[in-house]
Design a protein around this ligand. Structure first.
Ligand code: PEP
Ligand code: MG
Length: 444
């Protein structure tokens, strides 16, 4: 019944069949493909089948089953392979060799396209490839709009390897280092020393570029075996993020000590997740100040994620106590719309461009700027090509996106006119639905 686990059923089948084939000594059957490029239509593809697809022969695939967050879809994305999933049973009735246009961007297929449709699709594909190549070539240049407004493009990373890739992709900063990778899948907490070494290496890899280290964001649905926690009926509304860390202060203290010590090797900033109330921020700040005095260090910048509606609504008060905000649109959307971000049945509705979410983003940006503080977005919305002009028009200072998305985000900002995006943002805030926001067009 768990939607996340049921979406992983294909992985389990895949591994099961692989083990069985090895046990009975059966040969692996390689996918038999014609020798010209094809689009694969299938009931479903196992993640391992997808990873083994020969990108020279396979132009893309379309499956009856699956979903956008399954491993098959994630692998397709990392291979740059267009894919349409969850297309329904009718696609299996397509005759072999039927020409189709597969559009992974908008999730559509066009069966037996006419000359005009083919020509248009080919032109779109050529332009997309050209844009990607151009974006990579200019990845190290800043993202400045045509009328001179700059937006910093940073990367979300999960470890040292990502930091190196972020540098190569032209990221101007790390807007979010998710530190959970250090704490999960182990039976004891990482020591201060172990954490210090990782943060130091990331600081060095990013050279003089700022790195925001988010303190541990677990609890609720992501329990840690070495922390005593009560069972919760609603883990997403339970003891998670900063709430959990303040309840286990030794864990947070060790992490902050490691960050403050590593800060002598680069420009490290501390960010607290899931702040819902000023008291949490104040308590966390007291801990940072105490540790700074212990270690004889000062001036480390401290910020919070804005991902709980109460924090967005109280942003004017919170702004006085931070150096920056970073808006976590993934959780902000889930909590604003009361839609579990992992529920595949709600995937189509749970949209960060919902005007309610946009209004909270706007409130946050205005409050930050009035207090002279900067604000970024580090949720997935920051890399959404429809959202980028709207967020720019709202005055966002930084977009922090997945590493491969950095060059395209920069390239998109460079084509915008800031004054036009301001008008667009105002229109978006007046829309009634997310669909209406997505239909808005920039006058260019
Ligand atoms: C967010 O909630 O938008 C965010 C960036 O944090 P995470 O995805 O790690 O919850
Ligand atoms: Mg979050």
């Amino acid at each position: 019944k768990d939607p996340l686990l049921s979406a992983r059923a294909a992985d389990l089948h895949d591994v099961g069949y692989r083990v069985l084939r090895i046990l009975v000594g059966a040969d692996e059957q390689p996918l038999q493909l014609p020798d010209h490029p094809v689009i694969i239509i299938a009931d479903d593809l196992a993640p391992s089948d997808t990873a083994a697809l020969d990108a020279k022969k396979v132009l893309g695939f379309c499956t009856v089953l699956g979903g956008p967050t399954t491993h098959t879809a994630i692998i397709a994305r990392s291979l740059g392979l267009p894919a349409v999933v969850s297309a329904g049973k009718s696609i299996l009735s397509l005759e072999e060799s039927t020409p189709i246009i597969l559009n992974g961007d908008d999730g559509t297929i066009t069966i037996n396209p006419d000359e005009m449709e083919l020509k248009f699709a080919k032109e779109q594909k050529r332009k997309a490839n050209q844009l990607r190549t151009q974006a990579q070539a200019t990845a190290n240049e800043p993202a400045v709009t045509l009328d001179g407004h700059r937006v910093e493009i940073a990367a979300n990373i999960g470890g040292l390897d990502d930091a190196r890739k972020a540098m190569a992709s032209g990221a101007e900063a790390v807007g979010l280092l998710r530190t959970e990778f250090l704490f999960l899948e182990r039976s004891d907490p990482p020591s201060e020393e172990e954490q210090y070494e990782v943060y130091r290496d990331i600081a060095k890899a990013m050279q003089d570029k700022p790195v925001i280290i988010r303190t541990l964001d677990v609890g609720g649905d992501k329990p840690l075996p070495y922390i005593q926690m009560d069972e919760e009926a609603n883990p997403f509304l339970g003891e998670r993020g900063i709430r959990l860390c303040l309840a286990k202060p030794e864990l947070l203290r060790q992490q902050i000590r490691a960050i403050v010590r590593a800060s002598q090797f680069g420009k490290l900033r501390i960010m607290f997740p899931m702040v819902a109330d000023l008291s949490e921020l104040k308590a966390a700040r007291v801990m940072v100040s105490e540790i700074e005095s212990e270690l004889n260090v000062s001036g480390i910048e401290v910020g919070i994620m804005i991902e709980v509606p109460s924090a967005a609504l109280m942003a004017d008060i919170l702004a006085e106590f931070v150096d920056f905000f970073s808006i976590g649109t993934n959780d902000l959307t889930q909590y604003t719309l009361a839609m579990d971000r992992m529920n595949p049945n709600l995937a189509g509705k749970s949209d960060g461009l919902h005007p309610a979410v946009l209004r909270l983003i706007q409130t946050t940006i205005q409050a930050a700027h009035q207090a002279g503080k900067w604000v970024g977005v580090c949720g997935e919305l920051g890399a959404d090509s429809t959202a980028i002009p709207i967020l720019t028009g709202m005055g966002i200072d930084e977009l922090s996106v997945t590493v491969p998305a950095v060059p395209m985000a920069k390239a998109q900002v460079r084509k915008l006119n800031y004054q036009d995006t301001r008008i667009l943002a105002k229109q978006a805030l007046r829309c009634a639905t997310a669909e209406a926001v997505r239909k808005l067009k920039l006058d260019q």
